[in-house]
Design a binder for this molecule. Structure first.
Ligand SMILES: [Cu+2]
Length: 375
């Protein structure tokens, strides 16, 4: 019993993290055929590491996904290897921007990720009415979470044909401050783009040098009232898609997953964790109008998600509960030093709460410790 509780606690601590796993074309599910699957859902935090290119030890992709210039791409992220549309794509109040870059390459399968990338999509920040803290504002990762892990954008209509790496990135700022602490969640997809366009963007960057830990939008605290937010990385290319984030909770607009599952936290009872293993039968919208700012904004919310509820035939792989309910400590994130002794599971559950509610330096410190412990 104790052993189980500890294992469950470990899984819960990893819940917050996530990987890009799937791709869609014009509403057609291409599965994970062209993603270089990332074995660990841990973030990249080292600004000198080539892991910022396509993550750490990504698997080979099965092949390339074929797109035409102008097609709609949907990137899809999940915390686990299960395609739940009722669990947040990334948990633990990991708010921040979602970005997508492309690199023109000779052969997508042979590309390393060291190539020259241009930015084709960004969904960053918008002020929520009455919000007094950045955490409560609109963010790209909230849109992604509350759209079943999905966000979409268009490949520029005049992009020159050829092979490309598509680099999807979510940046979590919950632990960031002016001196650094952002978490990067990155994966590369292999694309072959057809068309007759001639666009070869020259406004390119390479990774990891495109970012620094205290650079724009990275060395940045969201635990304060915000008036603006500078997007990390280079400017969008002309014809790129700028989406304005618009979701604050599950199910707040049509098409977002139903509010059947709360954000994954350590306080969630075991039963709802098991039922959160759903087979996502939802599909993103296939009819997105031609590229314009308005179109990009609309396309951030796939609107044809017909079934957010767990399928009756879904394999009920019982994901370990985010902590045994009996053992859950009642300590709040602001009072980590309680007198009683905790088990490891209880402690990790506490860290999860701190992760979700994080705003104090003390909780950041303990969470960092937990990450090192888990690695
Ligand atoms: Cu994290």
């Amino acid at each position: 019993m104790k052993t189980f509780a500890v294992v469950a606690g470990f899984a819960a601590a990893a819940n917050a993290h996530a990987t890009w796993q799937y791709l869609w074309k014009n509403g057609e599910d291409l599965g994970s055929t062209c993603v270089r699957k990332v074995p660990s859902n841990s973030p990249i935090e080292d600004y000198s590491s080539t892991a910022l290119q396509c993550n750490v030890n990504p698997a080979d992709a099965e092949g390339n996904c074929e797109f035409a210039a102008g097609d709609t791409v949907t990137i899809e992220m999940h915390q686990h290897d299960s395609r739940s549309s009722t669990e947040e794509g990334i948990g633990g109040a990991h708010w921040g921007p979602v970005l997508a870059y492309m690199a023109s390459v000779e052969d997508a399968a042979a590309a390393t990720g060291a190539e020259d990338f241009f930015k084709v999509y960004q969904n960053t920040w918008a002020k929520a009415p009455g919000s007094t803290q950045g955490d409560n504002d609109f963010w790209g990762t909230k849109d992604m979470n509350y759209n079943g892990g999905k966000l979409d954008f268009k490949i520029p209509a005049d992009l020159a044909p050829g092979d490309y790496l598509l680099r999807a990135e979510a940046i979590a700022l919950h632990a960031a401050s002016a001196s650094g602490g952002a978490q990067h969640y990155v994966a590369c997809y292999q694309l072959t783009v057809s068309g007759s366009g001639s666009l070869k963007p020259t406004d390119t960057v390479t990774f990891p040098s495109a970012y620094t830990k205290d650079g724009p939008g990275l060395g940045f605290s969201i635990h304060a009232p915000l008036d603006s937010y500078p997007a990390p990385g280079p400017a969008l290319i002309e014809g790129g898609a700028e989406a304005t984030p618009q979701l604050l909770t599950f199910g707040s607009i049509e098409g977002a997953p139903a509010a059947t599952a709360p954000p994954a936290t350590a306080t969630k009872p075991a039963s709802s964790a098991a039922s959160a293993t759903a087979v996502a039968s939802s599909a993103p919208a296939s009819s997105v109008p031609a590229s314009s700012t308005a179109a990009a904004q609309t396309s951030a919310a796939p609107s044809a998600q017909t079934s957010a509820a767990p399928s009756a035939t879904a394999t009920a792989v019982a994901e370990p509960a985010p902590s045994s309910s009996a053992a859950a400590p009642s300590a709040t994130p602001s009072s980590p030093a309680a007198e009683k002794e905790y088990t490891i599971a209880e402690f990790i559950a506490f860290l999860e709460e701190a992760d979700a509610a994080d705003s104090s330096a003390a909780s950041k410190k303990v969470r960092r410790h937990a990450r090192a412990f888990l690695a």
